[in-house]
Design a protein around this ligand. Structure first.
Ligand SMILES: [Zn+2]
Length: 425
């Protein structure tokens, strides 16, 4: 097939299976509500995407997943790369997960670059700082090094080095088969010099070209399978000119959407998102990687981000942290020992409607009785974690649903101010 008809066919496939429609806007800002259409279903935005690191969310069954209003899941590309054949045989990540929903994978870049730090288990941006600092500190024993070709890494000190390239990232993400996949980027952090950040975004740009090229070939090869949208990831730390350069360069390329990456200091978040999103094409969706604090979500939405992900709501649930409209509480604290109220009064989630009280869930979590068998302790603890996970996921999904509604009703700023006033008094 000639190059032209090949490109034409690729475009046709893209248009049919992946699109983004803006259905409402926040006046005088970059914020919007919309619908991302993927081969495995629509995602109404803004919304929170749950993190299923290994292809499922702990303590969240497929039935619960849908009843809570969750629309999509993001998984760790590197971890799933080891079982990508198995996932491909099961029909792709959507089927493999059992959730049958739109899915996203990251490029695996964060994972390979954080080897040696011991912190490589999460996608969350807020951990990126620590990862970078750690492998900087242990420079002599660094298990990952970045070159133009890709990242050389080893998991254990005595192992042979392996090379992780942009092309390899595209290959295993194609096998995993998520609806949205990410181009391979070099993450940096606030501890890195300006010069290093400049090198890194230039390298990320060169890698983006290679990812796009490989993705087009793979799309052609797997044309009997659902189309995968490719997002580029923007870096550039807190430097305005670097963020703008990344947005100009990557925004002019044929990506289906964009991921906003980097280690964000809270005070720079709205500026960074504004610089990037005011340049990126308005017609393409934007995913803010690794943040889910309510104030960050409001800032993200106002500045033009459509989807969000973070391990915090589910990970914190397993440690007893419960989200409420009056601020978060921790059930491990003694003050909740005899509290007869539900996790949050007035919450409509299945856990709060099941009549388990705070005091009861605390007992399940902490084993305060002292007469239980080891097996009983474990199953009680798991029940407590499940109840809180369901509540926290519902809480954050419901928040983004209400934000979406407020945009459609042209009431975003009032809703935001009232909500934040109560949560952070
Ligand atoms: Zn609840």
């Amino acid at each position: 097939m000639g190059r032209l008809s090949y490109v034409k066919k690729w475009w046709k496939m893209k248009d049919k299976q992946f699109s983004f429609e803006i259905t409402g806007k926040i006046p005088d800002s970059l914020g919007r509500a919309g619908i991302i259409r993927t081969p495995h279903g629509d995602i109404e935005t803004p919304t929170f995407v749950v993190v299923g690191t290994y292809g499922e969310v702990r303590f969240l069954s497929p039935a619960q997943f849908h009843s809570l209003g969750v629309q999509a899941m993001i998984s760790n590309g590197f971890h799933l790369s080891k079982i990508s054949d198995e996932i491909e045989q099961s029909g792709g990540l959507s089927q493999y997960s059992g959730y049958n929903c739109p899915t996203i994978t990251d490029s695996g870049g964060f994972q390979v670059m954080s080897f040696g730090s011991g912190l490589g288990k999460v996608i969350s941006m807020d951990k990126r700082n620590i990862a970078r600092e750690q492998f900087k500190a242990k420079n002599k024993h660094r298990l990952a090094r970045v070159t133009d070709e890709g990242v050389y890494f080893k998991i254990k000190e005595w192992e042979d080095e392996k090379l992780f390239t942009p092309e390899y990232s595209m290959e295993f993400q194609a096998k995993i088969g998520a609806d949205i996949i990410m181009a391979f980027d070099e993450l940096t952090n606030i501890g890195d010099s300006r010069q290093y950040n400049e090198e890194a975004i230039n390298r990320t740009h060169r890698w983006a070209i290679r990812c796009l090229d490989k993705h087009q070939k793979l799309t052609h090869e797997r044309k009997d399978k659902p189309y995968q949208a490719l997002f580029a990831v923007l870096q550039g730390a807190h430097y305005q000119d670097l963020r703008e350069k990344a947005a100009h360069e990557l925004g002019a390329m044929d990506f289906d959407g964009y991921g906003l990456g980097g280690a964000f200091e809270k005070e720079h978040l709205s500026d960074i998102l504004f610089w990037s999103n005011s340049i990126l094409p308005e017609s393409k969706p934007r995913h803010l990687l690794g943040l889910s604090k309510p104030d960050d979500i409001f800032v993200g939405v106002e500045n033009g981000c459509d989807t969000f992900d973070c391990v915090a709501p589910t990970r914190e649930a397993r440690h007893g942290k419960v989200y409420t409209l009056d601020g978060d509480i921790n059930l491990r604290n003694a003050e909740f020992a005899d509290d007869p109220s539900p996790l949050f009064e007035g919450c409509h989630c299945p856990s709060c409607k099941s009549h388990h009280s705070r005091g009861e869930i605390r007992k399940l979590l902490k084993n305060t009785e002292g007469k239980k068998t080891a097996k009983q302790i474990m199953s009680d603890k798991q029940l407590a974690m499940e109840l809180i996970t369901i509540h926290n996921v519902f809480f954050i999904i419901n928040l983004t649903k209400q934000i979406r509604q407020s945009i459609l009703e042209e009431n975003f700023f009032n809703f935001r101010d009232d909500w934040l006033k109560r949560y952070y008094p």
